[in-house]
Design a protein around this ligand. Structure first.
Ligand SMILES: Nc1nc2c(ncn2[C@@H]2O[C@H](COP(=O)(O)OP(=O)(O)OP(=O)(O)O)[C@@H](O)[C@H]2O)c(=O)[nH]1
Ligand SMILES: [Mg+2]
Length: 424
């Protein structure tokens, strides 16, 4: 809503192109550096210049210290086209404020950047509101104690008194907006609770795709949709971009023999996800908590995939989902030497692009959800058509034999589905 207020982030929506100075501060690994660049790319921000600094003693006011700040300031004078400064590390309120004052530019840290991507791309009302609320809270923190320099950036007001007044007004407007958002979020939460309750009543198990961003969760979902669903089932967006998915999508995966389940695609995780972001993610992650089984999708072709697994596990713990039954799906095996499809204990190796591998994964999921196949025999009286019908839908019929008092049926069924065909 109030674009005027969020001069730090939202004013870019007008179409101004963003060009950044990117500052690495902590001897990041090549993978971490690539991830920062990918995040900027996802946010649609170009890179004018990269500065590197191994900050040993973090400066309380500027993080990187006076010398580095001066070097950057000199660069900004020579090349004023860079209109934003991005830090790979998270900054305190005080540091961000001081750096913005010195550079006379917007300063974004990693969290700002992620929120920025979310704001641009999230579709659902709840996700958008949660992100807006997180952004406004950060903005409010930075405004507290701020003085006239902001007003200078807003359009040349130099009168200190007017600036203070403007600041008070902004703070009040932000607080009012946050209160409005909280109210609206509570209403949406109620709506979601009702939808979930009806889903649970339908007694179809829920399977959640979770994992690091860009691991291939949406591709796995589309694989399932292509394989098991009617042709017009709406596919979800899969893209080589961090945070391609920002809203959850739930689809019914209809399989034979009563093995249908709901599959939910969720937003990707990232390492060191700050608490406020986990909160902003929350509405999209609630589905994971209700899942019977979590498919933790990993990009097995990344050299540092173990770090990704750890980051995902940490986030699952943070949302109280760590105790849910888990299948770790090592995906993108086609880019590696790993033999696929294969399974070792609760680890499955696949390529989501291969329909045969999706079938294999479905088999593993079915076993977790519905148990092993068991072989049974029963006699159904001719008068009990409906039981025979249920049996046909839920079991693999192996043999039927017509007898005087009914049909003798031999069949295979997943043992947890047996209760569905017990004599009524
Ligand atoms: N070669 C190969 N590419 C894959 C495989 N699975 C996914 N991809 C590609 O990897 C990229 C990311 O896939 P997505 O399914 O969008 O990843 P995601 O986990 O949903 O990512 P976010 O929504 O950003 O968290 C896309 O370009 C996919 O085509 C795979 O098994 N093999
Ligand atoms: Mg996705």
């Amino acid at each position: 809503m109030p674009t005027r207020l969020d001069w730090r982030i939202m004013n870019q929506k007008g179409g101004l192109s963003m060009n950044a100075i990117l500052i690495f501060c902590q001897e990041e690994t090549p993978e971490q550096k690539k991830e920062m660049r990918d995040l900027l790319d996802s946010a649609g921000i170009g890179i004018a210049r990269v500065f590197e600094q191994n900050v040993k003693a973090v400066s309380r006011s500027t993080y990187i210290g006076k010398g580095k700040c001066e070097e950057i300031e000199r660069f900004l004078q020579v090349d004023p086209s860079a209109n934003v400064v991005v830090f790979s590390s998270d900054l305190s309120v005080m540091q961000a404020r001081e750096l913005e004052r010195r550079f006379d530019r917007r300063v974004l840290d990693r969290t700002d950047l992620i929120l920025h991507i979310f704001l641009e791309q999230a579709q659902s009302a709840a996700a958008r509101l949660q992100i807006e609320s997180a952004l406004l809270r950060r903005q409010l923190n930075r405004l507290i104690g701020t003085n006239v320099h902001l007003t200078r950036q807003r359009g040349g007001v130099t009168n200190r008194g007017a600036g203070e007044k403007q600041l008070q007004l902004d703070k009040r407007l932000i607080k009012t907006r946050i209160a409005q958002i909280e109210k609206e979020l509570a209403r949406l939460q109620k709506q979601r609770d009702t939808q979930r309750a009806s889903r649970l009543r339908a007694s179809v198990p829920l399977v959640a795709l979770a994992g690091y961003t860009n691991a291939g969760k949406s591709t796995v979902m589309n694989g399932f949709l292509r394989r098991f669903h009617a042709k017009d089932a709406k596919q979800v967006l899969q893209e080589n971009r961090l945070f391609a998915t920002l809203d959850t999508s739930v689809r019914l995966i209809e399989q034979p023999y009563g093995q249908s389940f709901l599959l939910v695609d969720t937003v990707g995780f990232l390492h060191d996800l700050p608490h406020e972001l986990v909160r902003a993610f929350h509405s999209t992650l609630e589905d994971i908590q209700l899942a019977t089984c979590v498919l933790h999708v990993v990009d097995a072709s990344k050299p540092n995939y173990l770090d990704d697994i750890e980051a995902t596990e940490t986030t699952l713990e943070a949302i109280d989902a760590a105790s849910i039954d888990r299948l770790v799906v090592f995906n993108q095996c086609d880019k590696t030497e790993i033999v696929h499809p294969a399974v070792h204990a609760s680890q499955v190796y696949i390529s989501a692009l291969d329909p045969g591998d999706i079938d294999f994964l479905a088999g593993q999921v079915n076993e977790r959800l519905f148990g092993e196949w068991v072989e049974r025999e029963t006699k159904i009286p001719y008068s009990d058509f409906s039981r025979y019908d249920t049996l046909r839908q839920t079991a693999r019929i192996l043999k039927t034999e017509e007898q005087e008092d009914g049909v003798l049926v031999r069949y295979q069924i997943r043992h947890r589905l047996e209760k569905n065909i017990q004599k009524g």
